[in-house]
Design a protein around this ligand. Sequence first.
Ligand SMILES: *Cc1c(COP(=O)(O)O)cnc(C)c1O
Length: 416
Amino acid sequence: MTTVPAAVGEQAGALDAEDALAPLRDRFLLPEGVVYLDGNSLGPLPAAVPPVLTDVVHRQWGEGLIGAWTEHDWWDAPVRVGDAIGRLIGAAPGRTVAGDSTSVQLFNALGAAAALRPDRTLLVTDPGHFPTDRYLAEAVARQRGLRVRQVRPADLERFLAEEGDQVAAVSYSPVDYRTGELYDLEALTRAAHRAGALAVWDLCHAAGAFPLRMDDAGVDLAVGCGYKFLSGGPGAPAFLYVARRHHENLHTPLTGWSGHADPFGLAQDYVPAPGIARARIGTPPILSLLALEAALTAFDGVDLEQVRAKSLSLTGFFLRCAEELLAPLGFTAATPSDPARRASQVSLRHPHAYGLVRALARHGVVADMRAPDILRFGVNALYTTHQDMLTAAVRLRDITVAGDYDPTPQEPGAVT
Ligand SMILES: *Cc1c(COP(=O)(O)O)cnc(C)c1O
């Protein structure tokens, strides 16, 4: 028990010693003694957030009352925070707005995309896409009289060669949330465009995890959430990116008063605001927006190319640990070993995934699982260390060898 093979132990130490991003860990308030590998579900608390929230609640709201909307520029928070996210996804200012949930933003994005291609009848999505993305594609299709086709990213070119002239939009994620496989966002965007379709991307597992080039890749619309790699807190506002070329003709289905050209004129009829502001919906969630804004300062001065390099080092090292310590116990890697096809997580398959993840948490390693058999280990290069990855692999090995977990499958309806 708890013996660590010398080679991987030394490698973890050496890789952490040469890690230029190591000081960034101080930007997060991580609990002592916990290895946190679930930041791709809920990012940990950035140190910058509590003082900002205290100030926003006690001084700005408590003392400023209604006047704080103008005095503290609350009204512009959706576009200001949107611009801060834009810097992480390769979007120039004025193309990203923050607010509402990913699900709401998806509905707006898919509805707007379909409206930009009114003569086409199909929406394409990934059968492996996160459920809300598939459900909302169906909802938008019903509303607009379209049909949804589920096509794996690997089959998109072939599908478009046959039915591409009917496709209004392709809605994909660059990352398979189960396996951590990374798809080629730029190549898939080009394929959609060759067919005259729009490319709508869900960046939930990408924003903040690796460099993205929304503007340069010609992405049409994108959404993403604020609480995974961006660490904006539980239920943090999501974001919507819209390419500049679509702004004048952008007609989102949720035309709330905040997106009006003159929101305080309280006019009888809706007139969309110029620019990305037309994608605003209702009163912005100020407490969560300002928490997210503070959280994003964890990225100040951080080069996302370096984040990507360290993330690959962490996941590559964990795959090596898994090969040495866990493969003999029946674990198999679901994540591609090819770095070009690997996002910022490693997924392992084991029939007792559920009980093992619960047991790991009892031993201070927080990961998560996806039914039926995936153990998911998310890494965030801003705070994860190679030692963390080794600890996770060693504890998982020890728990498995000792049989110190409940081997029954996940109970129905359990929240994971
Ligand atoms: C996390 C995630 C969501 C979450 O949507 P919410 O509306 O925030 O619940 C949506 N899509 C993908 C791909 C995700 O990973």
